[in-house]
Design a protein around this ligand. Structure first.
Ligand code: URQ
Ligand code: ZN
Ligand code: ZN
Length: 574
């Protein structure tokens, strides 16, 4: 017997599938325009003014707001077995919180559990994630051992499962030695994948921790003491040296100190390949003073690795590294543990599960510390919260930009609204929020995921299973310097003349990763000017008196956009 199909009235279908966002300021990494956006079936169909739209289309008035690509968080740990326990937020809670904060795509780490193969870790992650995710996602795979089997699994993962990034650790029980890292880098290079490294010297940390415990230092304050800045910076340099020997691109995850940022900057200058650097929302907003708080639960709540630094100027410096393109991406490293889980390390700081929250707060925190404080403009905000990650992990221009043919993953941002972050109102499963009490100017009022309005005028209506697994092909042009990679640009059209040109444009956008240099009639492509009006109240970085070069005695850089950034040249600015 067939199940009766419940018919959805046509006017409701339309509201669901068709959406017009009008009167907003569209912000992409390379420019700002005043245009309307028409969305149908989850994809951006038209951008321009006075668009002719079908009846029954839902209209959102975005006057006075920014309309930006939804955030891409390149670093989350949902349902992760780590340090003898499992992270508190699963794929549903994690992606729901992501969307609440304006992030519409996450790249989660699938790290093999003890005795598990890399391939099985992938299947396990898919099985857990697919039914639960509220937004699209992809995976980075962890490589925690080296053997012929791992090598074969990496081949299968890249060829058949859309994996293009592999993370290695230089610390924890998951660590590889330099020889193994060298081998994984070689394999990544052969496959056209991107190696990622957690940089801290695990052997030094082990010795330091033993020494501290012998001295009676057992509390959370021992964590940073055992892994100071130079222990991070040494490992950053070493990872870069190994990458340079192998001649492979490299991505350094969670850069958490001035020394590590400077080591990365110096190593990049010597490297023949791209070296990317990421920092965290927690890194630009919190310092290490919390870790010596008298209350264990408070202090332990701020423990992650590499740690928050006691140098209270570190958060601002990391933000300036992002402005200067010394760092390119911001993750959350969302890796949450409840109070009772953190208490596993009550008598020994080595046993405190490492990790903090951030998937929900990352966008507002970066806006607050970057744009609201006048260090970056909204375009750079889009680059470091969305576009750069999309390019690095080969999701662009499907993700990471607002363009015809791109997925309708959009955040409508009210720069004049404010929100105070608190564990009392967050959407995750833990009792503490490392951003507690922080007032953020800049709130996601509408969040559109695959064309569906999930945050609607501030109200979250997450849909479990609405997200999809998105394959990430190897040889990302942005990473592997494919000829003309910097010409990969989404199409931004102001008016669609006829159906034929629309089809051509869709073909181009859908196939850009495969065909980086398409030939299109000149008239079909219109790239907007990049000099969008600066919103009131936002400072131009060039007017700023801040100078990182003075602070860090670096060579002076004339603009936050360098002419030849490590990720490739960008077009005009301001
Ligand atoms: O190192 C990480 O990325 C995970 C495993 C733990 N979280 C953290 O402390 N950064
Ligand atoms: Zn890590
Ligand atoms: Zn992590």
């Amino acid at each position: 017997m067939s199940t009766p199909v419940k018919k959805v009235p046509i006017h409701l279908q339309s509201a669901q599938n068709r959406l017009l966002i009008r009167y907003g300021k569209i912000v992409n990494e390379d420019g700002t325009t005043d245009d309307d956006i028409y969305i149908e079936d989850g994809v951006i169909k038209h951008i321009g003014k006075n668009l002719i739209i079908p009846g029954g289309t839902r209209v959102i008035d975005a006057r006075g707001k920014y309309v930006m690509p939804g955030g891409i968080d390149p670093h989350t740990h949902f349902e992760f077995q780590f340090m003898g326990t499992c992270t508190a937020d699963n794929y549903y809670q994690g992606t729901k919180a992501a969307v609440a904060g304006g992030t519409t795509f996450v790249v989660n780490f699938a790290i093999p559990d003890v005795g598990q193969s890399v391939l099985d870790a992938y299947y396990d992650a898919r099985q857990r994630a697919d039914p639960k995710v509220c937004c699209d996602y992809s995976l980075h795979m962890g490589v925690t051992s080296w053997s012929n089997k791992v090598e074969k699994d990496m081949e299968i993962l890249t060829a058949e499962h859309g994996i293009n990034s592999f993370k290695m650790f230089m610390t924890y029980s998951l660590m590889l030695n330099d020889e193994e890292i060298y081998s994984v880098f070689e394999k990544c290079k052969k496959l056209g994948a991107l190696p990622m490294v957690h940089c801290e010297n695990g052997l030094i940390i082990k010795k330091n921790a033993e020494k501290l415990l012998a001295q009676g230092i057992t509390g959370p304050e021992g964590h940073e003491l055992s892994r100071p800045e130079e222990v991070e910076a040494e490992a950053v340099n070493r990872a870069c040296v190994i990458a340079n020997q192998v001649d492979t691109p490299l991505y350094i995850v969670h850069v958490m100190s001035k020394s590590a940022g400077l080591a990365l900057d110096a190593a990049r200058k010597k490297s023949s390949k791209k070296v990317f650097g990421e920092t965290l929302a927690a890194g630009v907003a919190c310092d290490g003073s919390h870790c010596s708080h008298e209350c264990f639960d408070h202090a332990a709540g701020y423990i992650l690795s590499p740690p928050l630094r006691p140098d209270t100027t570190t958060p601002k410096t990391l933000m300036n590294f992002l402005a200067q393109d010394i760092l390119q991406t911001t993750g959350s490293d969302h890796c949450t543990f409840t109070k009772s889980q953190k208490e596993m390390g009550k008598d020994d700081f080595r046993k405190i599960p490492n990790g903090v929250n951030g998937v929900e707060e990352r966008m507002s925190v970066i806006w607050e510390k970057g744009v609201h404080s006048g260090i970056i403009d909204p375009n750079r905000f889009v680059a470091i919260t969305s576009t750069n990650a999309a390019k690095i992990f080969n999701l662009y221009p499907r993700k990471g930009c607002i363009a015809v043919g791109s997925d309708a993953d959009i955040v409508i941002w009210n720069p004049n609204a404010t929100k105070v972050i608190s564990a009392k109102t967050h959407n995750i499963a833990i009792e503490l929020n490392v951003f507690e009490g922080m007032e953020c100017h800049g709130v996601p009022e509408y969040v559109i995921v695959n064309g569906r309005v999930i945050v609607d005028d501030g109200h979250l209506k997450a849909v479990e299973g609405h997200g999809r697994y998105i394959e990430t092909p190897v040889y990302a042009p942005y990473v592997y310097d494919v000829a003309n990679a910097d010409k990969i640009k989404p199409i931004r059209v102001e008016h669609i003349e006829d159906e034929i040109s629309t089809q051509k444009k869709h073909f181009y956008v859908e196939n850009t990763n495969m065909f980086p240099t398409p030939t299109l009639p000149e008239s079909a492509v219109s790239t907007p000017g990049c000099k969008g009006a600066r919103p009131e109240g936002q400072r131009n970085i060039q007017d700023s008196t801040f100078s990182i070069s003075e602070e860090l005695d670096l060579e002076r850089k004339s603009c936050i956009r360098v002419k030849n950034p490590p990720g490739g040249k960008s077009s005009g600015f301001w």
